[in-house]
Design a protein around this ligand. Structure first.
Ligand SMILES: Nc1ncnc2c1ncn2[C@@H]1O[C@H](COP(=O)(O)OP(=O)(O)OP(=O)(O)O)[C@@H](O)[C@H]1O
Ligand SMILES: [Mg+2]
Length: 269
């Protein structure tokens, strides 16, 4: 596990559309995506016509105030929640309108999800947790790939440990390895470092970045932390269910600077 690298040099702020959004080589894409919860007085517009593309081999951070729709966007794009209108595709496959069975298969084959709470099964070893989705699916792990993933997350000596015998950071690394093991088209991570101390958090962030750089993985990560966001290639800012800004080649400073320019509702001042 390498040490976190210093933030990159400040680069000019741009709000252009990422190349993937223009060329169509997106691992995942949302177009005019809206999500409304409830009705009448309890009606909440969680997503309001979001259009965004996540390019293959790109590491994107999603930021925005609490309640701005970050988790909802991830859940809708990962097929974990239904959309009210618009479109969400994974590797060119439209999720909207898929039957449950097709959706389950697509999630299993093409999507990895890392939650803030690691969601490991306590009675299984680290290795069993990593291969669980494939065991359930009845598919065999590609041994070489699995070794590489385990090596990348630095868990080689911990594979027979159960979650209770692992630190928080190690448990989250198991969750990362589980998400990577089936070579998904894309990994969605919702505040994967939210429950970790800064050192363990840095390890997970380095790992996610390495999986993009070295394994060609596509990663989308929600975070509140400008330092965490600086590991990404690009930051997308959400406010009130809309994309309000975007930053490429972010540094912790440039992200912080951009956040300061938003008021509580995310509007630029
Ligand atoms: N199941 C639900 N039923 C009703 N409203 C919901 C539901 N899930 C989310 N919401 C609402 O949708 C909006 C967006 O929620 P979401 O969880 O996506 O925010 P978030 O940006 O992830 O916030 P946080 O940073 O606090 O995790 C919020 O106003 C929330 O109250
Ligand atoms: Mg959330």
């Amino acid at each position: 596990m390498d040490e976190p690298v210093p933030s990159r040099q400040e680069s000019p702020v741009t709000t252009t559309t990422a190349p993937a959004a223009r060329t169509g080589q997106a691992a995942a894409r949302a177009t005019g995506l809206s999500k409304v919860y409830g009705e009448g007085e309890t009606r909440v517009v969680a997503l309001d016509g979001v259009s965004v593309a996540f390019g293959q081999g790109e590491f994107t951070a999603i930021m925005g105030p609490s309640g701005s729709g970050k988790s909802t966007l991830m859940h809708c794009m990962a097929g974990l929640d239904t959309v009210s209108s618009g479109s969400a595709t994974i590797g060119g496959t439209e999720l909207v309108g898929l039957r449950d069975k097709q959706l389950t298969k697509l999630r299993r084959d093409k999507i990895g999800f890392i939650f803030q709470a690691f969601n490991l099964l306590p009675t299984l070893t680290a290795l069993e947790n990593i291969t669980l989705p494939m065991d359930i699916a009845g598919t065999k792990a590609d041994r070489q790939w699995l070794d590489r993933v385990v090596d990348t997350v630095g868990l080689s000596g911990r594979l027979s440990h159960r979650p209770s015998q692992l630190s928080g950071g190690q448990q989250q690394r198991v969750a990362c390895a589980r998400a990577l093991a089936s070579k998904p088209e894309i990994i969605f991570a919702d505040e994967p470092t939210g429950n970790l101390d800064s050192r363990s958090g840095a390890e997970i962030l380095s790992f996610l970045r390495n999986s993009v750089r070295e394994l060609g993985q596509t990663v989308v990560m929600v975070t509140h932390d400008p330092v965490a966001a600086s590991y990404a290639d690009r930051v997308v800012f959400l406010a009130d269910g809309r994309i309000v800004d975007e930053l490429t080649a972010p540094t912790a400073d440039s992200v912080l600077d951009r956040m300061r320019r938003f008021d509580a509702k995310g509007r630029t001042s």
